[in-house]
Design a protein around this ligand. Structure first.
Ligand code: GTP
Ligand code: MG
Length: 455
């Protein structure tokens, strides 16, 4: 197994057919980018781009010129073009990029001009897929490209960038090398009939345990760091009239939810995304959970609220200072509930001193509430993990650990070395699915179908 490194200039890639796509979002915008990659990119560029100097003769430089339709000769736009010869391009193939005016029409006309030269429309993620297949990126790094494009907060973007740097495979590769070492030791026992004694087996067991511990740490990261990937779901709950919608509005910074002195105002739940310390927080306002709902609608609202309590990462349970009521429903894990006193401006010395208090009306105590929520979610501002597996990678890690515990059992049960080696081989295959060293059509589709066209 060798680490995937950047290709050397001398490496020659066989190039796939020519693909083209608009790489920027469609809609009003100053600049649009149309991208071409594959065999014949230089030819297609020279057919449709007219300038004093050919970008093909000045690789990796921006050249100003006119983009014309190759069949009609109609001038479509004044553009900048750049040519990146294989293998030193994003995809590893000959690539051309056209920087044109943005909007709904010009990029599309330019794309059509290239399709007229014989290029075909790229599939979703096909540029990144080619970069991966040509060894420019590991599979985990290719997935990081999609994560970066989809990032909705600074925290998600920082994590995706660290994945793009290869943070995940940097943690997985040493484990893969360790497992290959174990396989080699087992093969030596088989091939050279080395002694298969207790000393040998306990030395293998110690090494296997170390590798399993390493991988278990990585497997467990997701559970405690998921919020950096997926954002934090913060649910505001309490009895009717507790001040949930007022807190929701205060945190969102505008009047988004209806507020009224009449209990039972909120029925449907309301969601809004806000950013705290660069972290995406999905804020949810819910219907009040009273003793007995007055009608069918209130009952359904309460059902929604209970569902939201289940799905929350953190729940703020509000006790109004002027009418303290019951706590959260039983069964809700205490570790995710922050009980707080609302309407602190009406306190009259009645609020419980152990609970944090705030007033949505005056803004008093809101900063403290935010700090407490972040603490409960285990978030230390500025300290976030470098690698958090996505769901696909997590599944592969779980599978790998399952195979390794089978190998461990086989080792403890004094099974023949080839049985143990088989399990370790399966564990290696699971890790290889994270880095992309083990590939299948299904795996490629699972990863790249989630991309957008042009990436
Ligand atoms: N003085 C004071 N009044 C508040 C405060 N927060 C909410 N209220 C009042 O309390 C009443 C209920 O507020 P809401 O925010 O609608 O309460 P809710 O929990 O969303 O109520 P339901 O949706 O009916 O369950 C309104 O009259 C608000 O003006 C506060 O911090 N101070
Ligand atoms: Mg409400």
């Amino acid at each position: 197994m060798s680490a995937l490194g950047p290709l050397q200039e001398a490496d020659c890639l066989s190039q796939a057919d020519l693909i083209a796509a608009i790489s920027t979002a469609i809609g009003p915008g100053a600049v649009g980018i149309v991208r071409l990659s594959g065999q014949g990119a230089a030819w297609a560029l020279e057919k449709a781009f007219v300038s004093q100097t050919s970008p093909v003769s000045r690789p990796r430089s921006m050249v100003f010129g006119k983009l014309v339709h190759p069949a009609t000769g109609a001038i479509l736009d004044h553009v900048l073009a750049a040519f990146f010869p294989s293998p030193c391009s994003f995809t590893g193939e000959d690539t051309a990029e056209i920087f044109c005016h943005g909007g709904h029409t010009v990029p599309r006309l330019i794309l059509e001009a290239f399709l007229a030269t014989g290029a075909r429309l790229a599939n979703p993620g096909e540029f990144t897929q080619r970069a991966f297949l040509n060894g420019r990126l590991g599979l985990d790094q290719a997935e990081a490209v999609a994560e970066l494009v989809a990032a909705q907060s600074e925290a998600e973007a920082a994590l995706a960038t660290s994945h793009l740097e290869g943070a995940l495979s940097h943690r997985i590769r040493p484990a893969m090398e360790g497992l290959l070492g174990l396989k080699a030791e087992l093969a030596a026992i088989l091939d050279f009939e080395e002694d298969w004694d207790e000393a040998k087996s306990s030395s293998l067991l110690a090494k296997l345990d170390d590798l399993m511990a390493e991988l278990t740490v990585l497997r467990n990261i997701r559970a405690c760091s998921r919020v950096f990937r997926d954002g934090l779901r913060l649910v505001l709950a309490g009895r009717p009239n507790a001040g949930k919608s007022s807190l929701f509005n205060a945190l969102v910074g505008r009047d988004r939810a209806l507020v009224s002195p009449r209990p039972g105002t909120t029925r449907d739940f309301l969601e809004a995304a806000i950013s705290w310390e660069g972290l995406r927080v999905e804020l949810v306002d819910t219907a009040g959970l009273g003793d007995c709902p007055e009608d069918e609608l209130e009952a359904r609202g309460q059902e929604f609220a209970r569902q939201e309590l289940e799905e929350a990462d953190v729940v703020i349970w509000l006790h109004p200072a002027n009418a303290p009521g019951a706590g959260p429903p039983p069964g809700l894990p205490a570790a995710k509930v922050l009980e707080a006193t609302s309407k602190a401006d009406l306190a009259d010395g009645r609020s419980s001193p152990e609970r944090p208090s705030f007033s949505a009306l005056t803004g008093q105590g809101l900063d403290n509430l935010k700090t407490l929520v972040l603490e409960m979610a285990g978030i230390v501002p500025g300290r976030q993990p470098e690698a958090v597996p996505n769901l696909r990678q997590q599944k592969a890690l779980e599978e790998c650990l399952k195979c390794l515990s089978l190998a461990r059992q086989a080792l403890l049960g004094c099974q023949p070395p080839d049985i143990i080696s088989l399990e370790i081989g399966d564990a290696l295959d699971s890790l290889g699915q994270i880095t992309g060293q083990i590939l299948s059509e299904d795996l490629l589709a699972e990863v790249f179908d989630r991309f957008c066209v042009g990436k």
